[in-house]
Design a protein around this ligand. Structure first.
Ligand code: PEP
Ligand code: MN
Length: 337
């Protein structure tokens, strides 16, 4: 349930509302906007159904929420959330770009990639140290050695690190090196992992599952928020359809849908979304024009020898072109790097 407080309501009115919610064994969630205060009520459905709040002083109206996700919903929190990663912001008027190789392969590869990422003007270095590969015989990542390389290359270039977590038992280890945990498409509904990340002290970037609906995706985000971690960034990375020309079908309508349904920032991954480097720049431009808060792009100094996802990785030169283009489109959308 959402309780909309009247603009003329007082602090005591709000305190009264809070007291009644808590006295009924329910959770009180406050969202103070510029001109409206909204209270979210979470907990047992039956208790909420019996909760009578309309007559309380200061209450303008109450709204019942039908969707199961609440903390991540726009109704609970009308203003855009801006996730702050030690000074680098994601959401609102900020345009954020994360870029780097699919996998951390070697020190030379990563250093070259990190330089190119910085020169292009992106803020985050990406790269998998734990790779969830479809085949067990494919390169699985360098694990902690890769994490160390990521941190070093990022620090040398003033970048933040985003990297994938595939096992909840790695949370502490990855948290030592990374600034943002990436939950990959294959783990979007790994509920034990989501619950663990709900207790994490660092933000989480949650990719959309391979065949997930927007509602399932937002419910997955709700798991993290319900654990206490509301620093969540959504990432649209394409979904499985009957089309085979592209690796996935990049669902840019999800950007507009998420903006309507949720206050969380959303970024787009046109690399996995298309699987073809030729399509990454056009889809990156379209993503920003659709209202995305940023991008995650695979860049490799030598895509032809990449150990994974070379087909969809941009060369440094093409990455620079992409950055120039998205800066211009971002400006039109009121967003700056
Ligand atoms: C990746 O970012 O390299 C990755 C594995 O992405 P996804 O989970 O979207 O497939
Ligand atoms: Mn990849």
């Amino acid at each position: 349930m959402i309780i909309v407080m009247s603009p003329a309501s007082s602090q005591e009115d709000l305190a009264g509302v809070e007291e009644k919610i808590k006295a009924n064994g329910l959770t009180f969630h406050l969202s103070k906007g510029e001109d409206r205060t909204i209270v979210g009520v979470i907990g047992d459905k039956k208790k909420i159904a019996n909760l009578e709040m309309n007559m309380m002083p200061g209450v303008e109206k109450t709204v019942r929420i039908t969707e199961k996700y609440k903390l991540v919903s726009r109704e609970f929190h009308p203003a855009d959330t801006v996730v702050d990663v030690d000074g680098v912001k994601i959401g609102g008027e900020h345009l954020t770009v994360m870029a780097g190789p699919c996998a951390v392969e070697s020190e030379d590869q990563l250093k070259e990639a990190a330089r190119c990422v910085r020169e292009g003007g992106a803020q985050f270095l990406r790269g998998g140290a734990f790779k969830p590969r479809t085949s067990p015989y494919d390169f699985q990542g360098l694990a902690e050695k890769g994490l160390k390389m990521l941190r070093e290359a990022a620090d040398e270039n003033g970048l933040k690190v985003v990297t994938e977590i595939v096992d909840k038992d790695d949370m502490e280890l990855i948290g030592t090196y990374a600034d943002v945990y990436q939950v990959g498409a294959r783990n979007m509904q790994n509920f034990q992992l989501l619950k663990a990340l709900g207790k994490a002290k660092k933000p989480v970037m949650l990719k959309r599952g391979l065949s997930s609906t927007i509602s399932e995706w937002l419910n997955a985000a709700e798991y993290i928020a319900a654990g206490g971690n509301e620093n969540i960034i959504l990432c649209e990375r394409g979904i499985r359809t009957y089309e085979t020309f592209t690796r996935n079908t990049l669902d840019l309508s999800a950007v507009a849908a998420v903006k309507e349904l949720s206050h969380l920032p959303i970024i787009v991954d046109p690399s996995h979304g298309t699987g073809r480097w030729q399509m990454v720049r056009p889809m990156a431009r379209a993503a920003i024009a659709a209202g995305a808060d940023g991008l995650i792009i695979e860049v490799h100094p030598h895509p032809e020898v990449a150990l994974s996802d070379g087909n969809q990785s941009l060369t440094p030169k093409n990455f620079n072109r992409l950055m120039e283009e998205v800066k211009q489109i971002g400006a039109l959308m009121g967003k700056a790097l």
